[in-house]
Design a binder for this molecule. Structure first.
Ligand code: FA5
Length: 339
């Protein structure tokens, strides 16, 4: 029995099989239990001999079963570890990568262009003082031209900036002209109580530009704007300057670019003019220079404020500015730089 049992044990390879064999050998209906139960029928001399022999067989089988159990467990563990082993040489799954928003891509291009021409890139606060947003821009309280930019006020003196132009005053105030001319652009978000439509959003972007030096002329402004337009759009777009009015520049102009939608023929997007307005600009008004502490008899310059949202519409033929603000991935992924 012992030898047969030990032999059988060797061929078990799973816990269930082992358990079955254990019940068969040592269980209530097994041969050893039978022998131990039959002890009462033996003579007193036979009992200790048979008893101790049966116990020994039982103990040896139990030991062998325990050892086999251990072996099977170990084998299972090894197989499991093998199966779950991490193959560090397998190529990983690529992590989903984000992408710069299409407007940010346009701003990046504009920044690159101006950095290359020696401008600084600065950023300013979106929650701004009335003083910088309007007063130092030659728009005293109650000036009628404040109506050109319908404003979200926070308090009487604090507002959401309606333009990036306050950065003109902020940088001129700080600039040390003895160290050279001031050349900067300042991109950022601005807010207006405009009714949203295909070309207007109540929140949009502007890039302010400012150059202050001795002997800066309107021709410098025009050349700079044409360079921007051609650099960003190529030669298929024409630029036209129209006389305009801003309280902080004199003379003032607005720049239009050929309508992307109709190629200049006239359509609903461009209100049948063939042109889309993309920026305002002009020669910095002497009052603005003076209020920022710059000597307007010696220094002068140009400023512009362009709308990258409109640039993005032109560049990619997007016919509704609101698409930029809806966070619809299907729309935004079209401008992915990954591909
Ligand atoms: C200004 O905001 C002036 N600060 C620009 C300026 C700067 C003039 C420096 C002179 C010197 P305006 O309100 O026209 O101007 O806006 C400038 C540009 O912002 C527009 O040409 C247009 O491209 C864009 N823009 C204006 N309103 C909106 C709007 N609601 N949605 C999207 N883009 C707009």
């Amino acid at each position: 029995l012992l030898n047969q049992g030990l032999e059988d044990l060797k061929s078990t390879s799973e816990q269930d099989e082992l358990n079955e064999l254990r019940v068969h050998l040592l269980g209530k209906k097994g041969p050893i239990t039978k022998v131990l139960r039959g002890m009462k029928d033996l003579s007193p001399e036979e009992r200790p001999v048979v008893g101790s022999f049966a116990n020994e067989v039982r103990d040896r089988l139990q030991e062998a079963i325990d050892a086999r159990k251990e072996e099977i467990d170990q084998k299972l563990l090894t197989v499991k570890l093998e199966k779950e082993k991490i193959d560090v040489t397998l190529p990983g799954k690529p992590a989903a990568r984000g992408n710069a928003h299409v407007i940010q891509q346009i701003i990046d291009q504009i920044e690159d262009l101006f950095l290359g021409m020696g401008y600084q890139v600065l950023s300013g606060p979106e929650v701004e003082e009335d003083r910088y947003n309007f007063e130092m821009m030659n728009l005293p309280k109650d000036h009628p031209a404040r109506d050109m930019q319908d404003t979200f006020y926070i308090t009487k003196d604090i507002l959401m900036r309606t333009q990036t132009s306050p950065m003109q005053a902020r940088t001129m105030e700080k600039h040390d002209f003895s160290k050279g001319p001031l050349k900067m652009i300042s991109p950022g978000v601005v807010y207006r109580r405009d009714t949203d439509d295909p070309t207007h959003s109540h929140q949009f972007h502007q890039v302010e530009g400012l150059v202050i030096d001795k002997h800066v002329t309107m021709a410098d402004l025009k050349g700079t704007l044409e360079l921007v337009a051609h650099e960003l759009f190529g030669d298929r777009f024409d630029v036209r300057l129209r006389p305009s009015y801003f309280p902080f520049t004199e003379p003032s102009v607005e720049a239009d670019i050929t309508c992307f939608n109709c190629g200049g023929k006239g359509c609903a997007v461009c209100k049948h003019t063939g042109w889309i307005e993309v920026l305002g600009a002009g020669m910095v008004h002497p009052n603005v220079l003076k209020m920022a502490g710059v000597d307007s008899d010696i220094y002068g310059g140009f400023a512009f404020g362009l709308g990258p949202d409109r640039f993005a519409m032109l560049k990619y033929g997007v016919d509704d500015i609101r698409n930029f603000y809806l966070d619809d991935e299907r729309f935004l992924n079209q401008f992915s730089m990954k591909g």
